[in-house]
Design a protein around this ligand. Structure first.
Ligand SMILES: Cc1cc2nc3c(=O)[nH]c(=O)nc-3n(C[C@H](O)[C@H](O)[C@H](O)COP(=O)(O)OP(=O)(O)OC[C@H]3O[C@@H](n4cnc5c(N)ncnc54)[C@H](O)[C@@H]3O)c2cc1C
Length: 439
């Protein structure tokens, strides 16, 4: 039997931030991961650390800007590089009443300056009002490495099978969790349990026999959404981070850069703000299709051509390659018909449980901080961090995931990635014409 202050289940950015925060404060905490660290939403993400410039909501700006401070400290402490070579850009179409946005940015304390000279790749594009901001992009696999090194000894690979966890309850308290680690059942007795399993939170709640249909009755406690990402590779792409909100003729574009270490070429991860519901049952089964939608590919090419016309002109497209992938996000569901962009932390009626849906990578340190405030009164005297030497469990730590764009072709049950193709072959694959026009 292993006594613990906190058992964290799920090793994406959220679980790892929390494990670090707990360990630093001398809580005896262990994290269990079923697949690879970061292999869920975290390594599908653009790695954009928002400050809120994209949103029309001052409260959201204030929270994101606060969360970004944690990331600034993390980048410095771990010697990470911000991937954009110059300040990030926020751009609006000509019809936008920009003063409304800059007023909100000022109110929320966001920094910005007018961009005096647009990068050549945006020349002739629809973004007529450009601002420089302090948003930045990170390589999410580097984030996972940075979040792992001080807590490597406290993370364990859970066996990848449906019955690898069994929960034992006394009323609304979890008193014991049995976990299957390398074929051996380990009996944990945690004071608090935290679910940070992303899409997997739903199945964990069902296994715990929690109420997975909450108000309004019959509404699943969690909703999943399918997101797309276009991968663009070319030697002439600038290392640029940019957000173009849905305003003044623009359709919402996020651009975040990478360098492909295999080819030495630069990569853009480009997507919009659209996602579609992806219902699934408590076993994670869905009748929805993870394959990318041709309509999305077409819309994204139109948006990209409108914002960065120099990218898709003759003479430059010959150097471009493209691929597309999908991945799910998960969120606490309230059945109100609109999807959540805010983080949500919920004990779901339990004494010693928290389920966390951060909805943004940016929010994860902030959500971890909020979770600590719940844990502190439940565990007023931390028992001392999990020992690095002479620890009770000797089974291996989980592997770390690579970023989704850099993986070969993927055909999973909730995710799909196509092969990288030369631009014109990519257009043929999706039956679209130049810049997303008719084929
Ligand atoms: C395409 C895309 C782009 C995005 N872009 C951005 C962006 O630019 N900026 C931003 O701020 N946010 C972005 N997001 C959102 C962001 O990625 C997520 O909010 C964040 O990564 C969630 O972190 P997490 O740790 O909660 O979940 P995850 O990263 O999904 O981690 C959950 C972990 O739990 C594990 N797990 C699942 N079930 C179990 C189980 N039963 N037992 C044990 N372990 C389990 C999984 O294997 C996984 O490793 C994006 C998301 C997507 C999909």
């Amino acid at each position: 039997m292993v006594d613990l202050d906190v058992l964290v289940i799920g090793g994406g950015a959220q679980g790892l931030w929390l494990l670090n925060d707990l360990t630093k404060r001398q809580y005896r905490a262990v994290l269990l991961e079923r697949h690879e660290l970061g292999g869920g939403q975290t390594c599908h993400s653009h790695g954009l650390i928002h400050r809120g410039h994209y949103y029309d909501d001052v409260d959201m700006m204030i929270i994101l800007n606060a969360a970004a401070q944690f990331w600034e400290a993390f980048v410095d402490a771990n010697g990470l590089s911000k991937l954009n070579a110059s300040r990030a850009l926020a751009g609006f179409g000509s019809g936008t009443a920009v003063k409304g946005h800059t007023y909100m940015w000022d109110t929320a304390g966001l920094k910005f300056d007018p961009c005096v000279e647009a990068p050549p790749i945006l020349r002739g594009g629809k973004a007529k009002h450009l601002f420089e901001t302090d948003e930045f992009s990170l390589d999410t696999s580097e984030v996972i490495t940075g979040l792992s090194h001080d807590v490597d000894h406290a993370m364990y690979k859970l066996d990848d099978q449906d019955d690898s966890l069994a929960f034992f309850r006394k009323g609304t308290s979890i008193v014991r969790v049995d976990a299957l680690l390398s074929g051996t059942r380990v009996d944990f007795q945690p004071k608090v349990v935290v679910f940070t399993a992303g899409v997997g939170n739903y199945g964990l709640l069902a296994r715990l026999d929690a109420d997975t249909n909450l108000v309004p009755a019959g509404t699943p406690v969690q909703a999943q959404r399918k997101n797309h990402m276009l991968i663009v590779r070319g030697s002439h792409l600038p290392m640029m981070t940019a957000v173009f909100p849905i305003r003044g003729g623009l359709h919402g574009v996020f651009l975040c850069p990478r360098t492909d270490s295999t080819t030495g070429k630069n990569v853009w991860l480009a997507s919009d703000h659209n996602s579609t519901p992806y219902p699934m049952n408590i076993n994670g089964e869905s009748s929805s299709d993870p394959i990318p939608s041709p309509d999305w590919v077409q819309r994204m090419l139109i948006s990209l051509g409108a914002t960065a016309p120099e990218l898709l002109t003759d003479g430059t497209v010959e150097n471009l390659e493209m691929a597309v992938y999908t991945g799910l996000t998960s969120e606490r569901n309230f059945g109100v018909g609109q999807h959540m962009t805010d983080l949500y932390i919920d004990p779901l009626g339990f004494e010693n449980l928290l389920a966390i849906w951060p909805t943004k990578l940016t929010m994860t340190p902030f959500a971890s901080n909020v979770a600590l405030r719940f844990i502190r009164p439940k565990v007023p005297e931390p028992s001392g961090a999990w020992p690095t030497v002479g620890r009770e469990i000797t089974t291996p730590a989980p592997q770390k995931a690579s970023e989704m764009w850099s993986r070969p072709k993927v055909e999973g049950s909730y995710e799909h990635k196509t092969e990288m193709l030369p631009y014109r072959e990519f257009l043929e694959q999706w039956h679209v014409g130049e810049r997303g026009g008719p084929a």
